[in-house]
Design a protein around this ligand. Structure first.
Ligand SMILES: O=C(O)CCC(=O)C(=O)O
Length: 276
């Protein structure tokens, strides 16, 4: 589960590394089953508000952000003292037009560090056909590019934010993943994804990890889970560990924590599209 020196160098140069085998296929299938059982109980899908800070709702996801198979490669890239800031479900149903426009997360998350990384785990096949992520190598080393809020209904991003110049589709690299594999990218790296034209749902979970010295510089309050090492900085309120899926104490904390993230993501936005 550890990254080679070559992969670490590639991550520094290009801003991403994939595929990393994290879970067995069957194990990932069990997690998908747990997610889909909850979706079925609720009438078929997650509510938008359940897509973010989801480790407070799903015990198995809180276990996952603490799993060494996820954390070992992350620690190789950002060091041993690690907070998980957020977890987000990215689900594109069969035939869904949902897409993600070119964007850099560093522009919107209000986090002070340039070391924040996203580990994106596939619970179903993420292929070019199903709308896997694509990235613009090296953009994590440049300026934050200009974004415009476009509010496209099919865009999964909160405000349909899109980079207006500085990305060239022809230079983009697709990151296809098999079930149980993950990619890791720096949150300053420009990335995007297309609609799902495959015969299965495309289901991914993004887990956003950062060094413990990171600060929230846009919002007045924020939370994170200490998942590795120690936190001598105390910049984020620790998230409770749910005792079970949808345990009431964690659900109550989730309401506040997810709202704080929304406040940051929608700051100065003309429209609250309620996508998270
Ligand atoms: O799942 C996708 O297609 C996009 C995910 C994304 O933008 C992210 O994890 O930062």
């Amino acid at each position: 589960m550890t990254l080679s020196m070559e992969q670490i160098e590639q991550f520094k140069r290009d801003g991403y590394v994939y595929p990393i085998k994290a879970l067995d296929r069957d194990e990932a299938g069990v997690l998908r089953g747990q997610l889909e059982a909850r979706e079925a109980e609720q009438g078929g899908q997650l509510e938008p508000g359940q897509r973010s800070k989801s480790h407070l709702l799903f015990k198995w996801l809180d276990d996952l952000i603490r799993d060494h198979r996820i954390l070992d490669p992350v620690a190789q890239l950002i060091g041993p003292d690690i907070l998980c800031w957020n977890t987000i479900f990215w689900i594109k149903d069969i035939g869904s037009e949902s897409f993600v426009s070119w964007h850099q997360d560093t522009r919107y998350w209000g986090l002070s560090s340039d070391q924040v990384v996203t580990a994106w785990l596939a619970l179903s096949p993420a292929s070019i056909e199903s709308g896997c992520m694509r990235v613009m190598p090296g953009t994590h080393r440049g300026e934050v590019l200009h974004h415009e809020d476009r509010y496209d209904q099919a865009n999964m991003l909160t405000r349909g934010q899109e980079i207006t110049e500085g990305v060239d589709d022809k230079q983009a690299v697709y990151m296809p993943l098999q079930v149980g594999e993950m990619s890791i990218h720096n949150y300053r790296l420009a990335h995007a994804s297309g609609p799902n034209r495959a015969a299965d749902r495309r289901i991914g979970i993004s887990m956003h990890f950062m060094p413990t010295d990171t600060q929230q510089i846009v919002g007045s309050w924020d939370s994170a889970a200490l998942v590795c090492g120690t936190d001598v900085h105390g910049n984020f309120t620790p998230t409770p560990i749910p005792a079970a899926d949808f345990d009431s104490k964690a659900v109550a904390f989730h309401a506040r924590a997810a709202a704080a993230v929304r406040d940051v993501l929608y700051v100065d936005a003309a429209v609250n599209t309620q996508k998270l």
